[in-house]
Design a protein around this ligand. Structure first.
Ligand code: G1P
Ligand code: ZN
Length: 550
């Protein structure tokens, strides 16, 4: 066994996007593709110390969502880590760690950082996607300065330092020596479960299950399964079978593990039956997203964040109140109304979890969320699917009210923010770019214009100044805001791997309880037409309507 120095050549396009480097499996499995990226990352991490060997003596956490190529990638990364000075790797057994679990392990074990192998909700399997991202010592996604440095390094990389040791047994828990490095294969669930125990009243949840409260959690054949099973069925005594599709499969069994009513249609169908469980939920590929469903009642993620904020004091981990809340810009303003009533600071950030990191680290917010089925809190530095499920379970236990009753009561008190996201997928990249460019050019002429009953009062390209470090992020989405508070937002996705995806976000506020039970798409149809009028979506793309509306 020895450390080898192997010549290599840079690959174009290894710049991390909204959430790490995501590519087709066929791209990742090219010789040296993964190796180059990881070597560049380790070089940058080593160079971040005064002695250019910052990783010496340090611990890294490693694990992924179990998708195709996860196991092979783990072996490659171990060989690179051992040759680049890492002292210890904490590896989830079987190469498995959900994204929030990586964050929890980094924080609890005070590791230097961690590597997450996942393409989140993107399809898996040999024809699907793979991904890798680095999380820093706070447990959160690396900042842009670091990911840019890694990208720059990939472009000049000439050499790999890699061990030629044989593969280790990643399914055997415990310590193994790997050249100069120790590999500690850990139970993927234990650290995460310990964090959940600190936040929630497990006795209350146990009592709910003893009294026959029924739950269906759809793990969508992804990594959330083992976590939900261990905690809900193992520790809290929910009956076996509460968690379905609980075995992480390399191709997610063909499911698209992105929990929205379209992809999780099986769960929705179950929740509409006469004998539906009391509560339903689904998670995505790496278990950081969640969808919450009551009997015949789907909760919009924006509403979920608002409700969690309103009731947080009922949960032991938040009983002293929140310091503040944050939502991404396209997320509905439902939470803003709660924050105002509770006199809490409320931040509006660009899309992407990384923008919450500074606010959480500085203790300025305790809860945050995005319209894209992501909610989380200061307990880790990622959004967290199972945490959200336990939160909603706890709310039902503490109030003895159903999901639907909780949401309707919320609307009665705060009003309802009708909300929908329309995705136009697979648009030619240049068509999408020209659409956005033309919209930007039109911005100065839009304010003051009348569209039917409403007048446009603000049209801009959202820019954000981080209140903690002062960094500025521009061009984060085009906002059209109307005099009645309605909003129409346009953005291009930063996570796709094929063509461009235009996201159109529609929102309208309704205070009148008598008008709060209308079909969402009907209520928002007028805004969708208006969006098309302003941006020419149909004419430019040739598409009759969105690929998916959630
Ligand atoms: C999408 C979501 C965004 C989320 C990100 C990572 O990004 O819209 O809220 O943070 O996935 O899960 P997008 O494809 O819109 O850039
Ligand atoms: Zn995810």
């Amino acid at each position: 066994m020895a450390i080898q120095t192997i010549p290599t050549k840079p690959f174009a396009g290894q710049r991390p996007g909204t959430s790490g480097l995501r590519k087709k499996v066929s791209v990742f499995t090219q010789a040296h593709y993964l190796e180059n990226f990881v070597q560049a990352l380790l070089d940058v991490l080593n160079a971040s110390g005064a002695d250019a060997q910052a990783l010496t003596g340090q611990t890294l956490v490693l694990g992924g969502d179990g998708r195709f190529y996860n196991r092979a990638a783990v072996q490659i990364i171990l060989k690179l880590a051992s040759a680049n000075g890492v002292a210890r790797v904490l590896l989830g057994r079987g190469g498995i760690l959900s994204t929030p679990a990586v964050s929890a392990v980094i924080r609890r074990r005070q590791a230097f950082g961690g590597i997450v192998l996942s393409a989140s909700h993107n399809p898996g399997g040999p024809a699907g996607d793979f991904g890798i991202k680095y999380n820093a010592g706070n447990g959160g996604p690396a900042n842009e300065a670091l990911t840019e440095a890694v990208y720059a390094r990939t472009q000049v990389l000439r050499e790999l330092r890699i061990s030629d040791a044989p593969d280790i047994d990643i399914d055997r828990q415990g310590l193994q020596q790997f050249e100069q490095m120790q590999v500690d294969v850990i139970d993927p669930v234990a650290d995460y479960a310990a964090v959940m125990r600190e936040l929630f009243d497990f006795d209350l949840l146990r009592t709910m299950f003893q009294r026959g409260f029924t739950v269906r959690v759809d793990a969508m054949n992804a990594v959330g399964g083992p976590y939900a099973r261990a905690i809900l069925e193992g520790e809290l005594g929910a009956p076996a079978g509460t968690v379905v599709n609980a075995e992480p499969l390399e191709d997610f069994g063909g499911l698209h593990p992105d929990p929205n009513p379209v992809n999780a249609e099986d769960l929705i169908a179950h929740m509409q039956q006469l004998d539906a469980p009391d509560f339903g939920a689904a998670m995505d590929g790496d278990a950081d997203r969640n969808m919450v469903v009551g009997r015949n009642f789907v909760v919009t993620p924006s509403d979920s964040l608002a409700l969690m904020t309103a009731h947080a004091r009922l949960i032991p981990g938040y009983k002293d109140g929140l310091t503040g809340v944050a939502r991404s810009m396209p997320t509905s303003a439902a939470v803003d109304r709660v924050a105002k009533a509770l006199n809490l600071p409320c931040f509006e950030t660009p899309t992407g979890w990384k923008f919450f990191g500074n606010l959480l680290d500085a203790g300025r917010v305790s809860l945050c969320g995005e319209e894209s089925y992501g909610t989380g809190s200061s307990h880790v530095r990622e959004k967290d699917g199972l945490w959200a499920i336990l939160f909603w379970l706890s709310l039902q236990g503490a109030t003895d009210r159903s999901v639907e009753a909780l949401v309707r009561e919320h609307w009665r008190v705060y009003g309802r923010n009708y909300y929908s996201r329309h995705d136009y997928e697979g648009i030619a990249v240049d068509v999408a770019n020209v659409l956005m460019r033309d919209l930007r050019a039109a911005l100065p002429f839009l304010p003051g214009r009348q569209f039917g009953v409403r007048q446009l009062v603000l049209a801009d390209d959202f820019a954000y100044t981080d209140p903690v470090d002062g960094s500025v992020s521009g061009q984060q989405g085009i906002r059209l805001i109307f005099d009645d508070g309605a909003r129409v937002i346009f953005r291009l996705s930063g996570t796709g791997t094929e063509g461009a995806t235009l996201r159109l976000y529609l929102e309208r506020f309704e205070a009148d309880v008598a008008l709060q039970d209308e079909p969402v798409q009907k209520v928002l149809a007028e805004l969708a037409t208006l969006a098309d009028q302003v941006a020419g979506i149909r004419a430019r793309t040739g598409m009759e309507g969105p690929t998916v509306a959630t």
